[in-house]
Design a binder for this molecule. Structure first.
Ligand code: 5IU
Length: 276
């Protein structure tokens, strides 16, 4: 089982360059923390990222919520990713036919494939969403996560849907590097005599993580890093408001303190998991 190996061991074996890069970064920085920067002003976006950069393996973006977006923002984001040694995950949640998602991924205002190491897609269109995105992302050494589950109350991504998401990933293991999910997917999607490849290593990135509150009043459900990484066997915690607080009153020192706190909590939970 991949998740009982160290991040460094997994990095040496992974076939996808983005997955390898992420696993190496996690190991080097001793951080399985991804910060989700859901703020709407470019200046706040860059300020939060520059502040949390030393503590994270990955920055998760929603580039389409930036109100004053200019292409130079991408240059600055990329410069910060090099300065602080983190990858970029655009949480775009593609969900259209293959031809359309290929265009949404490569073109438009944001040209996501040109700068995001990792992006994600809903499995709902079926395998063509992966094929369409792979036609753009594979030549650029990108990786894709499928949304096998969500953190929200009442999510429809469960049961047979989750199983089929895993099956879609298994059909494209070079480009699909893992899942947004709430727990490990080992053994999922295997039925009626299908056999799971014992070498497979899907990364599990998990939102809905908070140390202080259990929800946000809008359906979000929070679990602790210990529950997510140690008990549920996930690989990366994705934390947004738990780190940056209220975007209307950003306090850089507090953002730094929380990033450090979540990095440590995530890493302690990983060490706890490795104890067995
Ligand atoms: N996000 C979730 N749950 C999910 C998926 C994505 O929360 O199931 I898929 C995103 C939404 C937001 C971030 O960008 O992760 C979580 O932010 P907070 O930690 O502020 O709740």
């Amino acid at each position: 089982m991949a998740f009982l190996q160290t991040y460094a061991q997994r990095a040496t074996k992974h076939a996808n360059p983005a997955a390898r890069h992420l696993l190496e970064t996690i190991s080097r920085k001793q951080s399985n923390l991804a910060v989700s920067v859901d703020v709407t002003k470019s200046a706040d976006f860059l300020s939060v990222i520059d502040t949390v950069g030393p503590y994270v393996c990955l920055i998760k973006t929603h580039i389409d919520i930036i109100e004053d977006f200019e292409p130079v923002l991408i240059d600055r984001l990329t410069a910060l990713s090099l300065k602080h040694d983190f990858l970029i995950f655009e949480d775009r949640k593609f969900a259209d036919i293959g031809n359309t998602v290929a265009l949404q991924y490569s073109a438009g205002v944001h040209k996501i494939a040109s700068w995001a190491h990792i992006t994600n897609a809903h499995p709902v269109p079926g395998p063509s969403v992966v094929t369409g995105l792979a036609s753009v992302g594979t030549p650029l050494n990108r990786g894709l996560l499928l949304l096998a589950e969500m953190s929200t109350a009442g999510t429809l991504a469960r049961g047979a849907y989750t199983e089929d998401a895993v099956r879609m990933a298994r059909a494209n293991p070079d480009f699909v590097i893992g899942f947004i999910a709430m727990r490990r997917m080992d053994g999922f999607g295997v039925r009626d005599g299908e056999v799971q490849n014992s070498e497979e290593d899907f990364l599990i990135l998990t939102p809905g993580v908070g140390l202080d509150v259990k929800g946000d009043g809008l359906g979000q459900q929070y679990r602790t890093p210990m529950e997510v990484i140690s008990q549920s066997g996930c690989d990366v915690i994705i934390v947004g408001r738990g780190v940056y607080g209220n975007p209307a009153s950003l306090d850089v020192d507090e953002v730094r303190r929380q990033a450090d706190r979540y990095r440590k909590a995530g890493w302690d939970a990983y060490l706890d998991r490795m104890k067995g």
